[in-house]
Write a protein that binds this ligand. Structure first.
Ligand SMILES: Cc1cc2nc3c(=O)[nH]c(=O)nc-3n(C[C@H](O)[C@H](O)[C@H](O)COP(=O)(O)O)c2cc1C
Length: 191
């Protein structure tokens, strides 16, 4: 078994809350984004972009998100929103992957969105390749129209993921995976 197979067999996300300094430096961030942009992309549209959210940016954003959450009358929802705001600030680095999919004469939007998912996955892997841990998160603030503006995401864009990156500080446990028999079959028609 080669190294890549071994990596894929054991790959796991880290929990964002367990990611600590040191964070990747500017040159490592550029390397990670270069690697992450090397994904299948029908029509060479590059239907995604990457946004670095530094620690200070996130602190400020969190204050604004908190003010928006405070207006929510639902106590349980407010509590879970506050948790997500806190998690958004925890890792040393967050890179947002933004889907910029638009109508195209030959490439369906769905395929462009899938490419943004591929870029997000590749960013997780690129962080691992450079020795960092990573986790793909979204959360209410990546779908809230008011927050999206603050995050610098336009009306015609969507957040594919907020990739939390840093140095791992905790042991990762195994996560249950689906049985092959549940997810793999030989072709049989539905009609
Ligand atoms: C699009 C997308 C959004 C996700 N958002 C969240 C999230 O908001 N909160 C969360 O706990 N996990 C979220 N996850 C799940 C984690 O990224 C990940 O699946 C989990 O930590 C285990 O991953 P692993 O199989 O890579 O170890 C999301 C996954 C995807 C694909």
């Amino acid at each position: 078994m080669n190294e890549l197979t071994e990596y894929l067999k054991t790959r796991r996300s880290d929990l964002a809350m367990t990611l600590v300094e040191p964070a990747p430096n500017e040159s490592e961030i550029e390397t990670m984004i270069t690697l992450a942009s090397r994904v299948p992309d029908h029509g060479k549209l590059a239907p995604w972009r990457f946004v670095e959210y530094g620690f200070e940016d996130r602190k400020k954003l969190a204050e604004n998100m908190g003010a928006l959450s405070d207006q929510d009358a639902d106590i349980d929802r407010k509590e879970s929103r506050v948790k997500e705001i806190s998690r958004f600030q925890s890792a040393p680095l967050v890179i947002g992957v933004i889907s910029t999919a638009t109508a195209h004469p030959k490439v369906p939007e769905w395929e462009q969105v899938l490419s943004a998912g591929a870029a997000t996955m590749q960013l997780l892997i690129a962080a691992n390749a450079l020795g960092y841990g990573s986790q793909w998160l979204t959360g209410w603030y990546t779908r809230d129209v008011n927050v999206l503006k603050l995050l610098g995401v336009s009306d015609n864009e969507q957040v594919a993921g907020m990739v939390h990156i840093g140095s791992p500080s905790a042991q990762k446990t195994e996560r249950t995976r689906p049985e092959l028999s549940d997810i793999y079959s030989r072709y049989s028609p539905l009609i």
